[in-house]
Design a protein around this ligand. Structure first.
Ligand SMILES: C[S@@+](CC[C@H](N)C(=O)[O-])C[C@H]1O[C@@H](n2cnc3c(N)ncnc32)[C@H](O)[C@@H]1O
Length: 310
């Protein structure tokens, strides 16, 4: 299909042997070993129940938002080009009840596969994060923090009828209130957060440019690919080298790519074969956070600006 990160590097011919596991109904159980550093092509709600309990040190979840854009076309008023919203099939649900059921089932299964001291991160926008947070509390998760991601390059509110929505919220939680010994690197939290106290606000841009996976028509492969820097902060703050990180709705596989680059192991699940193909090609090219990637300069500059406001 010719998917390339940033559309720059040529795709490699050979795929990584055994990297993608196609889930099948007849497969009843997965061991931790067979899922380590692999991506499962399948439905998370069917794959998770086949996994061993208490397997993962950290879980990152970037679930459908249920944006309910209803296919309405928006134009940028200054240049008259179309605004690309998230209208993908994977974001469609018939009602809040159906959405809540999906998220509730997902979070319940995730709790089972988390180690006792594991933590979970769930990211969302104002469209879904309050529902998600409520469900997390109902299911028994214990919230440690919310972290606000302030975007330096958000999509403006083209109609001028509301504030520009420039934030996403990450909920960081334990699997239950009494869980002890979770991993928290306070120096990382302080370095990434805003101001001298390292407040729970991360200032960084959305995923653009070379990071973005492209399809054969040089269009974005995925509408909501998350920036490498966001996952770098999540993983460095809440895991140790050698830990096993799970992403059950992996999209373009940002979580696994960053985990691998930082010396962590990963397991990912994604239901869409197109995205799984994109993940595979992303891993063929590899990612080195120490040599090829340095945190975004724009993000650093913006963070300094915000700090000066205090
Ligand atoms: C918000 S996107 C994740 C984007 C990802 N964090 C990235 O950086 O590319 C949500 C993903 O969930 C996937 N998805 C939705 N329902 C799923 C399910 N039942 N099982 C597995 N994946 C699912 C969608 O195909 C979509 O790629």
């Amino acid at each position: 299909m010719g998917l390339t990160p940033g559309g720059k590097q040529p795709p490699l011919d050979q795929s990584i042997p055994g990297f993608v596991i196609q889930d099948r109904a007849r497969k009843k159980k997965y061991s931790v070993a067979e899922l380590t550093n692999k991506v499962v092509l399948g439905d998370a709600l069917k794959v998770l129940p086949k996994m061993e309990a208490e397997s993962f040190d950290m879980v990152f979840v970037d679930p459908p938002y249920f944006l309910q854009l209803q296919g309405r076309k928006l134009k940028r008023w200054n240049v008259q080009t179309d605004v690309e919203g998230v209208t993908d099939d994977w974001d469609q649900f018939s009602s809040f009840e159906e959405y809540d059921q999906f998220i509730g089932n997902l979070l319940t299964e995730l709790k089972r596969v988390m180690k006792p001291a594991a933590t979970i991160w769930v990211i969302g926008t104002y469209h879904n994060i309050f529902r998600v947070g409520g469900l997390m509390q109902d299911i028994g998760y214990w919230t440690l923090n919310d972290v606000i991601w302030l975007k330096t390059n958000p999509m403006p509110n083209w109609l001028g009828v509301r504030f520009t929505n420039a934030t996403e919220t990450l909920i960081w939680a334990l699997k239950d209130k009494d869980a002890k010994g979770y991993t928290f690197h306070k120096d990382c939290a302080k370095a990434f957060g805003v101001g001298k106290v390292g407040a729970n606000v991360w200032v960084l841009p959305i995923c653009t440019g070379k990071q973005r996976l492209k399809d054969e028509n040089a269009q974005k492969l995925h509408s909501t690919q998350k920036p490498i820097e966001l996952l770098r902060r999540v993983i460095l703050t809440s895991t140790n080298e050698g830990d096993l990180v799970l992403d059950p709705v992996a999209g373009t596989g940002t979580t696994g790519a960053v985990a691998q680059a930082l010396g962590r192991d990963f397991s990912m699940i994604e239901v869409n074969p197109r995205y799984v193909e994109g993940i595979e090609q992303r891993f063929e090219h590899g990612l080195s956070l120490t040599t090829e990637y340095s945190p975004d300069e724009e993000a650093d500059a913006k963070q300094r600006e915000v700090q000066q406001l205090k």
